[in-house]
Design a protein. Structure first.
Length: 468
RNA sequence: UCCGGUGUGGCGCAAUGGUAGCGCACUCGACUGUUAAUCGAGUUGUUAGAGGUUCGAGUCCUCUCACCGGAGCCA
């Protein structure tokens, strides 16, 4: 007989059933039977199994039917006699795959997320993490669906890369050299620490790193396939210790030929709204759980975002808004200075009370590849800022003019030689194009209402932490 | 990296410088078509680590480590 998932049993019809899963809790009755709650991850709800103590072999497995044990139950799916569940399984046979001794760390009570992080191999068995991972899965799926429906091509950009393309923070170095005695340029060996390390002898023949963004490679393919998107792991070796940063995270980066900044913002807004409404529809049970146990306003918040237009304002307008604010800020508000977290929060949470898109930032505070506006003061950059979370999307229209890009590289003290192929894209058949990056974990965080980004990824990597 | 906070049975927490307690879990018993079941009894501690002050330190001081929150950086 084939196993039926609990999700299907709960919506199924009476009859023979085979359930396999992990025991959440057991309640004994002196009436000669026990209740077992079993979960198999197919949904948040457990199925209740009723076991008559007269069942053959029951006495030999009774002490193995504990919280955490893994079991296979054969029985009859029937309408429940008790309250609290519609269907239940009357057991006719039980097999214990793996008992869980009394030192099983997950108890029938709430645990702190800090504690659960220490047992990342067991935390997926909790209600919260099961729900998070189902939502995460659905979001990943609907990201692909959104772009596939629009004819975007899914592109895998390299994870190992040779240059710090954006100047975006610290990178993880990748090497196969012997760290205790690396080869030196001057041929010196043991002890000669003055000679520079000879990376020509490294695996790739030069210094290599883990990618901080697939954007530049994404642009290459957008200049051929017109609309592409990447969705893959990204690495930042920043010593960031916050609830919104990971050293290894997943990023979605669409890149589109023939899109200007307005098209780019339209896509970003449509994208977020699509993902949120999809999750409300397809993860309703899990979302109810988050609304009840994690953040009692989450459903209302998501609904509001889906139903309302994002507020779009230029950086300059944002500065004006901040300058007329009665609130006092820790950091100065002045044109040309970066917007701080407190400024972004004020705008999205106090002034507009909804997602905002700030665009046309000062040229000096943004990356070299962003398209310069007329006058040269600002670039066509845009950030999507969500209330309570902050930046979830950062993007821009790219500079497609060869001469302007070359000058921008020089102005920012970057070596044009290293960007030769990026410049070539502007030399041969250049086109206006745009793109953005969305932090996948930040999306999961926002949708679930979870406070710490370390709890929305299966195995978080943060400074001093790469366990499991 | 900076600022602030925390570190006590398996887990969540308490304890004026003076006998380390409570809840949950666990064990035993009672009760029950039960629902995070309930009721009674019982077991569980190198108070993160190292040093110091003191007659006496979980508590005060110094250092180290870890974690949490905020900031910076960003997605």
């Amino acid at each position: 007989m084939k196993r039926t998932k609990i999700k299907d049993l709960l919506n199924g019809e009476e009859g023979e059933a085979l359930v396999k899963g992990w025991v959440k809790t057991r309640r004994d009755s002196k009436g000669g039977f026990s209740f077992l709650e079993i979960n198999d991850g197919s949904c948040l709800a457990n199925i209740q199994v009723v076991i008559e103590h007269t069942l053959s072999d029951y006495s030999s497995i009774e002490n193995q039917l504990m919280t955490g044990s893994c079991v296979s139950v054969r029985g009859k799916l029937v309408a429940s006699e008790g309250k609290g569940q519609s269907m239940e399984v009357q057991a006719t046979g039980i097999e214990v795959y793996g008992p869980a001794p009394a030192d099983y760390p997950l108890q029938k009570k709430r645990h702190s997320f800090e504690f659960l992080r220490e047992i990342a191999h067991l935390r997926p068995r909790t209600n919260t993490f099961g729900a998070i991972m189902r939502v995460r899965n659905r979001l990943a799926f609907s990201i692909h669906r959104f772009f596939q429906d629009k004819g975007f091509v899914y592109l895998n950009t390299p994870i190992v890369t040779t240059s710090d393309c954006e100047g975006a923070g610290e990178m993880f170095q990748v090497t196969t050299l012997d760290m205790s005695n690396p080869p030196r340029v001057d041929g010196a060996v043991d002890g000669a620490v003055n000679g520079k390390i000879d990376f020509s002898q490294d695996f790739f023949g030069e210094k290599t790193f883990l990618t901080v963004s697939g954007q530049l490679e994404g642009e290459i393919y957008a200049m051929a396939l017109a609309e592409i998107y990447t969705f893959g792991p990204t690495f930042r070796a920043e010593n960031s210790n916050t609830s919104r940063h990971l050293a290894e995270f997943w990023m979605v980066e669409p890149e589109m030929a023939f899109y200007d900044l307005d098209d780019n913002m339209d896509l970003a807004e449509e994208f977020i709204k699509f993902l949120l409404s999809d999750i409300m529809e397809h993860c309703a049970e899990d979302m109810e759980f988050f609304n009840k146990r994690i953040d009692t306003t989450i459903l209302e918040t998501l609904r509001n975002i889906i139903d309302n237009q994002f507020e779009r304002l230029t950086y300059t307008e944002a500065i004006h808004q901040l300058q007329k604010a009665t609130e006092t800020f820790t950091y100065p508000v002045e044109w040309g200075f970066a917007l701080q977290a407190e400024h972004e929060r004020y705008l999205s949470e106090k002034v507009f009370k909804k997602p905002i898109i700030v665009f046309n930032y000062p040229e000096q505070i943004k990356s070299f590849y962003m398209k310069l506006n007329e006058g040269g003061e600002t670039v066509r950059a845009m950030d999507v800022l969500l209330p309570n979370l902050g930046e979830i999307i950062g993007g821009s229209q790219r500079e497609e003019n060869y001469d302007v890009l070359l000058q921008r590289l020089r102005d920012k003290d970057l070596d044009p030689e290293e960007y030769w192929w990026y410049l070539d894209l502007r030399k041969f058949g250049s086109a206006p194009h745009s793109g953005f990056g969305l932090g996948f974990e930040r999306l999961v965080q926002f949708v679930t209402g979870m406070e710490n980004i370390r709890d929305v990824i299966p195995f978080p990597r943060t400074p001093k932490h790469a366990k499991f």
